[in-house]
Design a protein around this ligand. Structure first.
Ligand code: HEC
Length: 124
């Protein structure tokens, strides 16, 4: 009986989010600025759900190269900048993007590692 119960618990825990590595990376690398729920921090950090970069691989360039002075709000650019995450592999970047989109962007379509690698090659 106990092994069956454990199996059920494990399976339902996995179904909770299919992008566990992405969730873990988001929690460690991104949540301290963009917050656990992706809503950002008032006039300092932008929310993710409403970003034009949601829904595909385009976000990869921002993650890999960082971003500053692109978001204009209340007649000034946001004063903070986003750091570049140079050390992440394209698999890790893909997992983060899929976690974010699966959680905050509807309808969700999965982004592939190939799409992320193409996007990274074409970064400005
Ligand atoms: C040190 C704080 C900080 C961390 C950590 C951080 N960001 Fe950001 N992020 C920012 C700031 C500030 C901006 C806005 C930059 C600007 O004004 O151009 C931003 C912008 C963005 C944007 C663009 C939003 C838009 O509307 O265009 C995305 C997407 C994003 N971040 C995703 C991430 C992801 C994914 C991670 C983790 C890998 C992350 N950020 C980690 C501070 C941070």
């Amino acid at each position: 009986m106990l092994p069956i119960l454990l199996l059920i618990l494990t399976v339902s825990a996995c179904n909770d989010s299919p992008y566990m590595q992405g969730k873990r990376l988001y929690t460690v690398r991104c949540a301290n600025c963009h917050m656990e729920d992706g809503t950002g921090l008032s006039r300092l950090i932008p929310p993710l759900a409403t970003s034009k970069l949601m829904g595909g691989a385009a976000m990869a360039c921002v993650i890999a190269n960082g971003l500053r002075d692109t978001i204009f709000r209340d007649s000034v650019y946001l004063p903070r900048e986003m750091p570049a995450f140079k050390g992440l592999s394209s698999t890790e970047v893909t997992n983060i993007i899929n976690y974010i989109n699966h959680t905050w962007h509807k309808p969700f379509t999965e982004t592939t590692i190939l799409e992320v690698e193409e996007a990274l090659k074409a970064c400005p």
